[in-house]
Design a protein around this ligand. Sequence first.
Ligand code: KIV
Length: 267
Amino acid sequence: MPSIKNINDFKKAKNEKKTISVITCYDYAFARIIEGTETDVILVGDSVGMVFAGYSSTLPVTVDQMIYHSEIVRRGAPSKFIIADLPFMSYQVSVEEALTNSGRIMKESGANSVKLEGGREFRGVVEALVRASIPVCGHLGLTPQSIHKIGGYSVQGRDGDQRKKIFEDAKILEEAGVFALVLEMVPEQLACEISGALSIPTIGIGAGRYCDGQVLVINDMLGMNEEFNPKFLKKYASLHDAVKNAISEYDREVKDGRFPGENNVFK
Ligand code: KIV
């Protein structure tokens, strides 16, 4: 049985030391497959911009695209708790815009919650969303929407000042009301300390073994991109090769007249 059915189950899972499994997914076909598994939560991430749409960063992703993908995932996975990302510039300008955009995502997609990147600078936004009954998941460490400020997709929190800031931001986000916190690409020891200091669960990606949950992007964990091999990733399948081989075989069979065969024709 998945341990997350509603918002209250996040703290419950943490208290009962049940590790939370999260998968980022963007489409109906994969959502349907996830629906049939024990996976606890689906994140419709703005990584859709890079993984699905081929942009070089997550910055171009729009609120309408997040609604489109989240709604599709909801149709494929009606029973799962869904977190939908707030895309770049949908919550940074003002509390009002954050409320309007989050409200649209919740109303139009059927997601259960939203996620935003950043710490103390978004305290007021998190508080306003939570006040408006919109559950918020935090995201610290490597925050891809800040790629031009950070300068690269690298481990965050290795030096003392950064480490202190991430730790403090985690506490501030918890106080502001987030129900869970994604920690992306931070040293294992820092993630462990943050997880120990918070009453809400941490969900790690490249954050080591001691987070309260883990998240991977479905395309990555299924090995769909043979060029994407970060240290934190484990590939549970080699779909790139399997799909490429299948397509090549189809191509050969069409061209040499073996497809369609006797079994594929109507009489
Ligand atoms: O967009 C995303 O998929 C994410 C995860 C990698 C945490 O934010």
